[in-house]
Design a protein around this ligand. Structure first.
Ligand SMILES: Cc1cc2nc3c(=O)[nH]c(=O)nc-3n(C[C@H](O)[C@H](O)[C@H](O)COP(=O)(O)OP(=O)(O)OC[C@H]3O[C@@H](n4cnc5c(N)ncnc54)[C@H](O)[C@@H]3O)c2cc1C
Length: 527
């Protein structure tokens, strides 16, 4: 299929807003600012992701890692690894599962954990609520507010009804409800309805979570936010444009140049406002690489907070095998937050349980190469056909030494020690109990519950966040409440870097909502 042109429109000498990165934070921001007529330049290091049959080929996606970008990062010991990052127009949302959850109101306050405290945000849930609603409508979310007992106030129902459970998952839901749990229909950002058809139409296939959508029916940042504004005369997109660093005026208060590797050369672009949305690790990298006489420790880093407090959730995939085959195709329709908060006998908040995209033999091989090395393909096929797949998420804490620094060659070095092991173990125990209550126990291949579980390694950076947290105190935060750098007048950050804590639900909707919030602020400011 033909690709979109890299350069949308004629480039002026100077832009009103330059946005670095086109994912959940950057793409959504562009979509918010574009209608104002302000001159927007989007700089994206990746290209458009090709629409090709490999999009839906588990072997290409999971075994060959076709869409994982060939970047190298280092761990804290200097050992290189390939991070599971996706540098494309749309960023990580090209591959995401489009599970678009709001944080709970409690996540905006201080929460005590076994290993420490999840700090309060500088604004409360009420500040975010209108933007969550806007993001849910922009990203065409299917869901049903009101069924999840832990959710906060909502001012408007989702634009589309929840995606219905297929029979196996509906039975799971009924069994859980009968056992006293509160399963609810998970919010999904897909274009499933008649009214969406002029754009694209979801066929409820199994290739959503972890795959690019061949028919562009997943509500990702490219299809929903970036493509629709590319025809605007005031919007220009440059792909293959890797931002290296930012330059400032002599006072160090204003960004005056965005230095970009473009083709074989280096270009410098100028804009009144510059917004970094390159993902939590790469935004920190750009700031640290922009050290100067006025910002010797890195741009906006007088507080020494840039790069610190990296989080990515304490998550695990868990597969329950039942004797009865699971012929579900679109599996991500159910979730449970009964253990999200402390209380009712739980000392600590444990987290969220949701369904994963339906597993298959190739994906199992790709995700667990060691465990599956000796297994013949037919046996993995058999296992996968009985698998019911879950994703367990526990909040990890913002620890100052969990951080992004620059390696000697200027690449990302990521130091990370997990937190919240007690809560993650607790969630896994509750999960096993829950399955016993949910009718799976009577139908086991091995006459007892059999689970495969996989913890997420350091390279699994899908949920990366932190590194430039927002706050009211310039001594302990990088950004102010509008996500403007405390130390600069025209520099903003709208990717997941701004999170002071990460909660235990998927992060993308919060990044999108915040990008709309900051985008409206920028339009006001530029007016
Ligand atoms: C497989 C997978 C499944 C996921 N499932 C879910 C889910 O179901 N629900 C959910 O909420 N979240 C999910 N996530 C996470 C979600 O996609 C991210 O939280 C979200 O996309 C983060 O938004 P961001 O703007 O911070 O970064 P991104 O969306 O990654 O955007 C960053 C952009 O910056 C670009 N960039 C990086 N460096 C530079 C540079 N130097 N110059 C120019 N451009 C640069 C990148 O190419 C990219 O386009 C998933 C992620 C993955 C990988």
């Amino acid at each position: 299929m033909p690709d979109m042109p890299s350069v949308g429109n004629v480039m002026p000498d100077e832009f009103d807003v330059i946005i670095v990165g086109t994912g959940a934070g950057g793409g959504t921001l562009a979509n918010t600012v574009a209608p104002s007529g302000k001159r927007v330049l989007l700089l994206e290091r990746g290209t458009f992701l090709d629409r090709e049959t490999d999009n839906w080929d588990p072997a290409a996606v999971f075994v060959d890692g076709r869409y994982i970008s060939p970047d190298t990062w280092y761990d804290e010991h200097g050992k290189p690894f390939q991070p599971q990052v996706h540098y494309f127009v749309g960023g990580a949302t090209k591959m995401y599962g489009a599970a678009l959850y709001r944080l709970r109101p409690e996540d905006f306050g201080e929460i005590r954990h076994a290993d420490g405290v999840s700090p309060a945000w500088p604004v409360g849930y009420d500040e975010f609520e209108p933007y969550y609603t806007k993001a849910e409508w922009l990203y065409q979310v299917h869901g049903k507010h009101g069924d999840d007992p832990t959710e906060g106030r909502w001012s408007r129902q989702y634009p589309w009804p929840a995606v219905s459970n297929e029979p196996r998952i509906q039975r799971l839901s009924d069994d859980l409800a009968a056992a006293g749990y509160h399963p609810f229909e998970a919010p999904c950002g897909i274009m499933l309805n008649e009214a969406d058809r002029p754009r694209s139409h979801c066929i409820r296939c199994a290739w959503c979570d972890g795959y690019p959508c061949l028919v562009h029916a997943k509500a990702d940042a490219e299809t929903i936010a970036v493509r629709p504004v590319l025809d605007s005369p005031n919007v220009t997109l440059l792909t293959g444009a890797e931002v290296l660093s930012l330059q400032t005026d002599p006072s160090g208060r204003s960004v005056t140049g965005v230095v970009v590797a473009l083709g074989d050369g280096i270009e410098t672009f100028r804009g009144n406002i510059v917004v970094l949305a390159a993902g939590a690790a790469n935004t920190a990298k750009i700031l640290l690489r922009s050290a100067s006489d006025t910002h010797p420790a890195g741009l906006a880093n007088g507080s020494d907070q840039v790069g610190r407090n990296y989080m990515f959730h304490n998550s695990k995939a868990a597969v329950a095998l039942s004797e009865e085959p699971n012929d579900t195709v679109f599996q991500k329709t159910l979730a449970i937050n009964d253990f999200y908060l402390a209380g009712e006998g739980r000392q600590w908040p444990l987290g969220n349980i949701q369904m994963l995209g339906k597993s298959n033999a190739q994906a199992m091989r790709g995700e667990e190469p060691h465990l599956t090395k000796l297994a013949p393909h037919w046996s993995l096929e058999e296992v996968a056909s009985h698998a019911v797949d879950f994703w367990l998420t526990t909040e990890d804490l913002p620890v100052p030494d969990n951080r992004v620094t620059l390696a000697a060659d200027g690449r990302v070095q990521l130091s990370y020690q997990p937190t919240s092991a007690e809560e993650a173990d607790g969630l896994y125990r509750e999960f096993r109990k829950l399955l016993n209550h949910a009718g799976l126990a009577a139908h086991h291949v091995l006459r007892k519950n059999f689970y495969m579980k996989m913890d997420v390694p350091i390279a699994g950076v899908a949920h990366q966040a932190g590194t430039c947290r927002f706050g009211t105190d310039p001594a302990t935060s990088v950004l102010d409440v509008n996500c403007k750098a405390h130390e600069l007048d025209n520099l903003y950050v709208t990717d997941t870097s701004f999170f002071p804590s990460i909660g235990a639900v998927n992060p993308a909707l919060t990044a999108m909502a915040n990008a709309i919030r900051v985008g409206e602020h920028l339009v006001d400011r530029l007016s």
